[in-house]
Design a protein around this ligand. Sequence first.
Ligand SMILES: O=P(O)(O)OC[C@H]1O[C@H](O)[C@H](O)[C@@H](O)[C@@H]1O
Ligand SMILES: [Mg+2]
Length: 639
Amino acid sequence: EAFVPRTVSILTPREKYYAPVKNLYGGGQQQHLAASSSSGTLAEIPTSPIPGMKPGTSGLRKKVEIWQGIDDEIKEKYYVENFIQSLLDTAKANNKGEIPKTLIVAGDGRYFNDEAIQIICRVLAGNGVENIWVPRSGIMSTPAVSAAIRTREGGSADGGIILTASHNPGGPGEDFGIKYNENYGQPAGEEFTDALYERSLEISSFKTVQGSPDININAPAGTTFSLSPTSAVTIIDPFTEYVKVLKESFNFDEICEFAKHPDFSILFDGMHGAGGPFAQRILIEELGFPKSSLMRCDPRPDFGGCHPDPNLTYAAELVKKMGLKSDGSADESAASTAPTLGASNDGDGDRNLIAGAGCFVTPSDSLAMICDNWKAIPHFEKAGGLKGVARSMPSSAALDIVAESLDIPLFITPTGWKFFGNLMGSKEQFDKRDYTPFLCGEESFGTGTDHIREKDGLWAMLAWISILIDANKDTAEGQPLIQVKDVVMNHWVKYGRHFYCRYDYEAVETDAANKMVDLIRDNYINGDLSALNEDPSGIKLVATEEFAYTDPVDGSVTSNQGLILFFRYANGDDARVIFRLSGTGSAGATIRMYLEKYEKEKERYGEAAPSILKSLADRAIALVQLQELTGRESPSVIT
Ligand SMILES: O=P(O)(O)OC[C@H]1O[C@H](O)[C@H](O)[C@@H](O)[C@@H]1O
Ligand SMILES: [Mg+2]
């Protein structure tokens, strides 16, 4: 069995509130296939509200010491308990006063994962959640949780509590996070997270069980632990449902065959996150790729010290192995020996970076190319084609051109996967919004479909394998394979190229970032552009917009979703720059600047995006006084 049990992390001082906490299951070896009878006693423990528990784009992320209750400033001993109690109260209020009956609790394996699982299970049991499903080892990728919520035992889970700070680093001094997915496998919407936040400012007690032993998360799937007379934890196999949905989405037999092609090879970088074991299971065990196709696929609490975010900067190792330089351009000599296809995941396995030998595919291009090649993907093909596509607003318009030529509806949403979920349908409202099969993605390295309600890193890799299989269906034996770079170039020739890149300024002082946003609003969004001086660059600011979104399904309005500056070059070329503050950081502010320029001249397609966009970046940086206000001379990341 490929399963490797992990050691349970050391308990923090909190353990004294749960005395006696003792692992009765001794070292994770014993099997308890029947419910244990050693349940604890229900308790209600007084607490007080803790400020600042407002979830961001994707859950609540804080320094792990805050969650542990050992931070120098915020020493709240019940941080996890308060958050989970607020979450449960909100879920209960949304569910006609009924506490959820079945919940999954799983994490990406980062530092504090295992201890948080123990605490959360007790609070769930204390609140009367009957069935708590915990994956063996405690680790599950976000897409796998989504699949399990939707389909395990006929989709009977009411939701999932996912312990992740996604692509943020883990370990002492780094981030921990918790997010909630609702019963159709989708991240809870703003209405839910706002209500949770309100609740967190009111609560005066939480419910838990005391005196029950820790559950053994390394026990075999099927093992049950009773935490209270009415609540039990069942250890589940993390892979079952996810493998099933991917098998339904792709042609595994065909991929198995292609995997044997002597000129075809892949490389998957798990960045020591939760995606690794899933890559092992699917790429190696199910599809037969050699073990050498994996790197960094063993989950580690600190992600091996890396920043588990798949982009050109943080996935440097993979980028190099794929024959690429850090600006995404080809390093020709390295490219000649690179694998055919490379991909990298983030900490919780929902993001993806796609590269061919010597060819970085920007996420926005990848999305457009998957869309254009929908026939290669059985999930779309079986249903007779796509019924809807969507991208987040800061993603490039590469998708728009394809959607137009295929004549399918396109939606442009704010940043955040939850906005896509709404368009794909929930269990209750499915008939109101059938845009499925649906394809969507974001510039932030997210791609996915309605097979689940999260973005899916491995799905993107399988999609690209399928595209390559299709592209090579007429390649004769002994002929060189059509490569990723050929698919990409053909696409640009057909549709034009959207040069695209993003600058990130991480951990900027919040005040400075807000000042910059105010300046953009005052001077450009609401200002008089005709009063602007001519710039020697010849790149003229011609229009602006602050993005707001009205959900076409439920009518909800989301405002302040990015400041868009439209530019025109002297030769008439159009370009766009967007400024937006990240919603996923945990300290200070991260300024994101998204640059995009459409190019129809084939001669330029070979150039690297950052160099094509450099003068546009300089112009925008000067206009918004980024350097003056933040003191930053260069970005932390260019991708
Ligand atoms: O707010 P940002 O840091 O730009 O986050 C951007 C991304 O964060 C998470 O990954 C969400 O799941 C994505 O849907 C979102 O696009
Ligand atoms: Mg993620």
